[in-house]
Design a protein around this ligand. Structure first.
Ligand code: F6P
Length: 746
């Protein structure tokens, strides 16, 4: 209300000021105009009378003069005429003036003395009279004065009218200002604010999912978006607190974002967490004239972004987006995520040569197929190895510059792109606590040993204080490789390797996702509503929906999956026109020939299978090849009756866990390859051998025929596993172990 009153008072004052000012001006102009008009009229009359009056005054013909003045004295507004002699004495006047003329009139005296007209306004008997004295001159001598008395009160009347009219105008204007101000304030400010307040209150009280007010016009849009963020944070905090409370009752302890935050604060003691990876969590790319911020596909980013959001650390990664430089600030840094900055990203720039040799070459044509047993032969080139060494050195320098002022900094190095980095860092900073987490499998010593630089890689990795893999089996493979190729002391009980005076622990840390989903996932519509909508958008209809979400990579078993779908339709024709499989495939590493070939192979297969089975309104496979955001993928997860994860070999595979995390409705079936790390934890999935096409076809049929109660039981158990073994536990365990390490004195 206060703001309305303030607005009304200010606007009224302004209107009043303008009204008074303009009225004054108008009245002044009108007064001058009317006075000039009156004067002109009186002068004309006086001049026309003069000819007749002068001879009569000269001859002192008073009677004639009386008649003359009587004849002219009653003209429009004229109150009377008087003629004065040389002594300023009245010698003739109209009847109304008799006895009313003041004794001495200065205008008459002045006119007599100076021989010039004189005029003035005078109040006579309560009336404003204009007196005009005109000298009667004959042969250069003033022989008398002709005085005209005109009624000037009409000027005051007219001016009063103007004031009254303007006052009325002012009052109407003020009324309009009040009404419009009240309406505008209510529509645009107080109304929406009241709506937002009610919405925020409902959110605060946890009353379901109240309708978000529409950001009517632009003005309150930013406020609504800020409150939205706030509300979401509040909501997650509440959910987390409820979870914690429930678990406290059961004497358990669940890792949550909040708990990890507190834990990090305690473990880091005010220090920062430093993370190094090849892939950046936010990539800026050009989209016509605009710049888009993209979250790259892949498990590493999915897993680590929530951790960094909680820790507010520094993430160093390759700036690979074509608009990255434009969006990066001082020191090659920027705060991310863009919509709710929580930590710092430092971008390292690579030349084309470096990227070709280190990333495409040694990492993805060498180490990737070396570690994944998928029968794709690794390629090792000396030139790629040189670039790999140089880029590891480059990232090490970038990290060393950042940790220069930190005492015993905690560093998390990610993945096979940086096998050499731990040793490079530790050489310079033995006090740094370094963990290397290897996101992909580790092969057996025979397979590993074909890499020409197998010793250098092991030595580089063993610079770390902790090396983490997803599962124990990969830890075992790694230790066996060290045993086979390096001189060192291996403690099989402690799972550690000692070389010189430096020890490295080898531990399984199964990575995961967070069950409290991102708002985009949580807010997307449920199963029935979205299935029809999603399929309709692509011009198909079906009763059952299955989904696959992958980077297009030969380790993911995508052709095997399609073969299984084909076989399933052959064996179970009753599902023709009732079942659709949607593959959300993100193109990946397309500069590598093997990946380009795979894309063509997949496209041909989809074409062939669809051609074989499709009808007018239906086809069995939709291959949506694009970079899909979490917001696009979420509705598919929520609508799919089945999710197929058929990797031929996979360190963990977070798609499997994301699918389970998205199924808050406790429905849906997961078909999961036995060669993923995830299959060790998600035992209620239908576990399959992706090379066994018959088995996979049967699993698809079983998933579609499964009783709802069984589906729900399995999903509940898988969700319970992920709830407990979530990404916060992963980070908490890894950081705790790292922070509590006792390093030998330097
Ligand atoms: O999971 C292994 C991994 O290399 C991750 O490091 C990364 O998130 C993912 O595959 C995607 O690969 P790239 O970063 O080469 O696109």
């Amino acid at each position: 209300m206060k703001i309305t009153i303030r607005l009304i008072v200010s606007l009224t004052l302004v209107v009043a000021l303008v009204a008074v000012g303009s009225s004054f001006h108008q009245v002044r102009k009108e007064r001058l105009r009317l006075a000039a008009d009156m004067e002109r009229r009186v002068v004309l009359l006086a001049e026309s009378l003069r000819e007749s009056v002068v001879p009569l005054v000269r001859s002192d013909s008073r009677e004639k003069l009386d008649r003359l003045v009587e004849r002219f004295g009653n003209r429009e507004r004229l109150q009377g005429i008087a003629i004065f002699g040389r002594q300023a004495d009245v010698i003739a006047s109209t009847a109304e003036l008799k006895n009313r003329i003041p004794r001495s009139l200065p205008q008459v005296v002045n006119s007599l003395e100076e021989g010039r007209p004189a005029s003035a306004f005078k109040q006579i008997e309560g009336k404003r009279i204009y007196i005009f004295a005109f000298p009667l001159v004959q042969e250069g001598e003033t022989i008398g004065v002709l005085a005209l008395f005109d009624d000037a009160s009409y000027i005051d009347v007219r001016l009063k009218e103007i004031w009254e009219y303007n006052l009325l105008r002012f009052l109407i204007l003020t009324l309009l200002v009040v009404v419009i101000t009240v309406l505008v304030v209510r529509w645009s400010i107080t109304g929406p604010i009241a709506q937002i307040a009610a919405w925020a209150r409902d959110l605060r009280m946890g009353r379901g999912k109240p309708m978000k007010p529409s950001p009517r016009q632009d003005m309150l849009g930013p406020l609504i978006s800020e409150v939205s963020h706030l509300a979401k944070s509040l909501e997650s905090a509440r959910v987390e607190a409820e979870e914690e409370a429930k678990l406290r009752l059961h004497a358990e302890s669940l890792w949550t974002a909040g708990r990890l935050k507190e834990h990090m604060r305690a473990e880091l003691g005010g220090g920062k967490l430093f993370l190094v990876s090849n892939r950046e969590p936010y990539m800026h790319t050009k989209d016509g004239r605009n710049i888009r911020c993209v979250v790259p596909a892949g498990g590493l980013v999915t897993a680590l972004d929530p951790v960094m959001r909680v820790c507010d650390g520094l993430w160093i990664a390759h700036g690979s987006g074509d608009a990255d430089r434009e969006m990066t600030g001082e020191g090659d840094k920027l705060r991310v995520p863009p919509e709710e900055p929580a930590y710092t990203l430092k971008r390292v720039w690579l030349t084309k040569e470096e990227e070709d040799g280190y990333y495409y070459g040694f990492s993805n044509e060498g180490l990737w197929p070396l570690c994944h047993i998928t029968h794709t032969r690794p390629t090792f080139r000396l030139e790629d190895w040189s670039q790999y060494q140089l880029v590891n050195e480059k990232f090490a320098q970038s990290l060393l510059a950042e940790i220069a002022g930190e005492e015993s900094p905690l560093v998390l190095v990610q993945d096979y792109h940086f096998a050499l980095l731990p040793l490079l860092v530790k050489k310079e900073r033995p006090d740094a606590k370094v963990a290397l987490f290897w996101h992909i499998p580790w092969p057996n010593p025979e397979a590993y040993g074909i890499c020409p630089w197998h010793q250098e890689i092991l030595m580089g990795m063993l610079g770390a204080d902790i090396i983490g893999f997803h599962i124990q089996f990969h830890c075992n493979n790694f230790l066996e490789s060290v045993d086979r190729f390096l001189e060192s002391k291996i403690n099989w009980e402690q799972f550690s390797v000692t070389r010189g005076d430096h020890a490295t622990s080898i531990r399984p840390f199964p990575i995961s996702v967070s069950l409290d989903l991102s708002p985009s996932v949580a807010d997307s519509p449920g199963k029935e509503a979205s299935r029809d909508k999603l399929l309709k958008e692509h011009g198909v209809q079906a009763e059952f929906l299955a989904v696959g979400v992958d980077r297009i990579d030969y380790t993911k078993g995508i052709p095997e999956r399609f073969r299984a779908i084909e076989r399933f339709l052959e064996k179970y024709p009753e599902f023709l026109e009732r079942f659709v499989f949607v593959e959300l495939g993100a193109p990946s590493r397309t500069h590598v020939k093997r990946y380009r070939d795979l894309q063509s192979e997949i496209e041909e297969m989809v074409e062939k299978i669809n051609w074989r089975f499709q009808t007018k309104k239906w086809k069995p496979i939709l291959f949506l090849k694009a970079h899909h955001s979490h917001e696009t993928i979420a509705p598919f997860y929520k609508a799919a009756d089945v999710c197929l994860v058929t990797s031929l070999h996979d360190g963990m595979n977070l798609v499997a866990k994301e699918y389970v995390a998205a199924r808050a409705d406790e429905d849906g079936v997961l078909i999961l390859s036995q060669f993923t790390g995830a299959s060790r934890e998600l035992k209620d999935a239908l576990i399959v051998n992706p090379y066994d096409i018959e088995e996979m076809a049967e699993a698809i049929a079983a998933s579609l025929k499964m009783e709802p109660a069984e589906r729900s039981d399995r999903m509940k158990r898988m969700r319970a596993t992920i709830k407990e073994h979530n990404i916060y536990r992963w980070a908490g365990n890894l950081v705790t172990e790292l922070a509590r390490l006792r390093l030998p004195p330097a």
